[in-house]
Design a protein around this ligand. Sequence first.
Ligand code: CO
Length: 460
Amino acid sequence: MHKVLFTETVLRDANQSLIATRLPFSQFEPILKTMDEAGYYSLECWGGATFDTCLRYLDEDPWERLRNIRKHVKNTKLQMLLRGQNILGYKHYPDDVVKTFVERSVANGIDIIRIFDALNDLRNIEAAVKETIRNNATAQVAISYTTSPVHNLENYIKLIKSIEEMGASELCIKDMAGVMSPKEAGEFVKAIKENSKLRLDLHTHSTTGLAYMTLLKAVEAGVDVIDTAVSCFSGGTSQASTNTMVFALKQLGYDIDVKDDKIKEINDFFKPYQAEVLKSGLLDPKVMGTDADALNYMVPGGMLSNLVSQLKAQNSMDKFDEVLAEVPNVRKDLGYPPLVTPSSQIVGVQATQNVLAGERYKIVSKEIKAYLRGEYGTPPGEVSKELIAKVLGDEKPLEVRYADTLVPGMEEGKKAAGSLARNTEDVLSYILFPQIAEKFFEDREKREQNKVSYTITRRD
Ligand code: CO
């Protein structure tokens, strides 16, 4: 029986999927030492939405959070999620910003960077992958998993070959919607293992209830790493439970390093916090349940709830079924993008507009225009020629990678951030989230001034 490694997600994806990434550092600091001793392959603890949320809601410097985690976690690898050329923001950034971000992430304590692009356009991850390798960290490339008439095993294997050529040392299948079935997982993992020597991780969500079966089939087919979350923060839109998978796989005879007593201790630690966030409403029992609708619509859970809130805001919930039926049409017109940030929003908003306006593409969002221009990368399939003609007119789609049309950003960002930014990390925070970072820096100055005057008063 082969070895199965575990990536624990409670600090990043489980936190993001269940409680809108609001877990403060002070809440989990006391358990970090135990987490370090638990025998995980890695702790996914940074990147994704954690960066934005730290600055915006938690009054925490994300870089300081990373350094503090590293202080307590001396042996286990620390892992982050990076959206390729998007970094952790919501648009594409020039290469110098991407590279500096990667370099600083590693310098502050990250060991493994999971890098992905919503469209699986490898040009959008190359700069991040190369820089990760240059800094002696592990580049794990994630493939956004989806099914469509243009997605098949053969294409995925081609993609994986290119990822190998790029120098990445780990692969991840990223099933953000939790729609990968046990059958697909078995076939997919087998095919990848036959074609690639790279360490393979499966990342899925429990949203539709498939996760445990899918993970088991993946393990049987030879997957090396699985992503799971501590039991009381597992299930629903989060990952499958660490404690449950460790129990089942150990009994089946797989070689597992994760220690039963340690993960029990970690679960016991988070239980009172789970009770607290359930009581405050931050954790909604709805996201903890099983929602098989996504299997019919192939729409990720987060996108489904966005559609509902958009329609509610326009008093048009009666159009819900029509909008859901329009989603696959828009996706087809756009060349079958995987539905993950940002393409899930782009498709969802357009499907809603097509239905509410009573005419398809009568109103077109600026994101759709940018998408058709090629600013997000090359879509997997062919984009509707009529749609391109209608939206872009005489304008031609980009022939080069969008980031190549951008001027370098670090110097500009440093100037714009001014004296509030104390170091390169601050400049990066500012480039990604200018207004939010500025407010964070100002509040930080105020806090420190108060502290100084308090100290002086005491001395007097
Ligand atoms: Co995820």
